[in-house]
Write a protein that binds this ligand. Sequence first.
Ligand code: GDG
Length: 471
Amino acid sequence: MSNNLVIVANRLPVDRVAQADGTPGWRVSPGGLVTAIEPVMRANDGVWIGWPGGTETDLQPFEHDGMSLVPMTMTQEDIQGFYEGFSNGTLWPLYHDLVAKPEFHREWWDSYVAVNHRFAEKAAELAAEGATVWVHDYQLQLVPQMLRELRPDLRIGFYLHIPFPPAELFQQLPWRRQLLEGLLGADLVGFQLPGAAQNFVRLVRQRVGHKTHRDLVYLPDGRTVQAAAFPISIDAAGFEELARSESVGKRATEIREALGNPRKVFLGIDRLDYTKGIYARLRAFSELIADGHLDVEDAVFVQVAVPSREQVEQYRILRDDIDRLVGRINGDLGRIGRPAISYLHSSYPREEMAALYRMADILAVTPYRDGMNLVAKEYVACKYDNEGALVLSEFAGAADELRQAWLVNPYDINGMKSAMLEAYQADEREITRRMKAMRKTVTQNDVAAWADSFMSELSDVPSSHGKAVRP
Ligand code: GDG
């Protein structure tokens, strides 16, 4: 019980890998959260609690790359009820505008409560007197309240990485009040966008009946809870450095050669998720070819779909739908050695991602709803020569900051076609002007600034008893 900072997230920031001698080891998982939180962890003697994936049972706390990690175990039933069920079958679609139909099952809820409780108990056990605990994301919304009951001395922050829905949608949830009360255990509840914080405060007023004023909720016991927006970002300098490297430059050239050196390359990189709008985006591109606006000799679409949640039924259906669509488009519109779409169902190392960003002329990010979308920001960070156009959905959190993108409504196929064509035909001056402005935004607001602003806001919350942790 000696940690002044405890990070609680569904996943640990490492994945299981086989080492050279065949024994199991760990590797830091790709992704921005580790980069963001690592410096705060190091500066504050922090510890990270999370699930390492899988169902191993006898895992002990360990150090990796200077980080103290505490693995939580999950049974097959936990994975089905808590993770695939309530987290990804109920909350994920409900919080993303009902892009898919959420399922409500009482057994899933019971499992969600039980797993949240285990995480809260572990955090209570590890936190020093007056420590700061930072809880992450939709899988753990009950942890703040459970933890406060166990340890009223703590300063508790919560950050939601995905959107927080409007009251009209959130109301559907049979356990709406419990989730709101769960979050109210925190001193500070952070969201990607101001609108999400407003949705939350309004729901608390309507459903729980607490007094609110602007971004503050007043609880009957005298405590206040603040709800505010902290738009997440990326390690912009790190991505730029990678993109500028000689090896990535060489690889970017190789990729374009392998594609037959077309005039322009469109790119999409997404987890294979129904919120990301992959299907409609590929249809829009294929119609531009079918209509004769684009020619497969001049333009190709590289779509990387990173495998995700493969045990969940809706994700399997999506994969089959996209496989069929790509097959049909290439069959109808491709020529020998010139498919319209170059489709990759795989994940890649960071260097390959940087090479893809560097070689692409147009990145299309067209989710129906997305908390932020880091892929859009990573692409911008990699375009150090200011060349590259971004087609971006209005419904991605990133659209609030990246105003100079070609903004689209992903439900409007004709609108997407026009934006993609405009981005394709735009002259260099126009592209440079837009990219320059977006690069300014991304480099000035990187992930370190995000973590700093959350931590300093949390340490300023007056109602908490916990000691402040400085970023
Ligand atoms: C959630 C919210 C919010 C992807 N494939 C590979 C790979 N990635 C990396 C990307 C990027 C991250 O994963 C994906 O982040 P996104 O923001 O695009 O999307 P979600 O996974 O849905 O993330 C989202 C985010 O949380 C953070 O708060 O922005 O709205 O939905 O960093 O680069 N990285 C590597 N290989 C891959 O194959 N190395």
